[in-house]
Design a protein. Structure first.
Length: 74
């Protein structure tokens, strides 16, 4: 099935599936253009993180290392 045919069906998909497709498309576009476009949730999360930093609510390097280890990244 070609991309155009798939896209004709997307509107009937559940919202969660549509968002999953949108995320995959954003990643492909970022890889092709070198520019990632944040979705609304990502933008909100980043802005909140910056506000937390402005309030002095940062965590230590060791706390972040522990977090990433629990996530299986390190």
């Amino acid at each position: 099935m070609k991309a155009r045919e798939i896209l004709e069906h997307v509107a009937s998909w559940p919202e969660e599936d549509q968002e999953e497709l949108a995320e995959a498309a954003r990643e492909i576009e970022a890889r092709r253009t070198g520019a990632y476009v944040l979705d609304d949730q990502e933008d909100t999360a980043i802005r909140e993180g910056l506000r937390q930093l402005d309030r002095g609510e940062a965590v230590s390097d060791s706390q972040m290392r522990s977090f990433w280890q629990r996530c299986g990244v390190l």
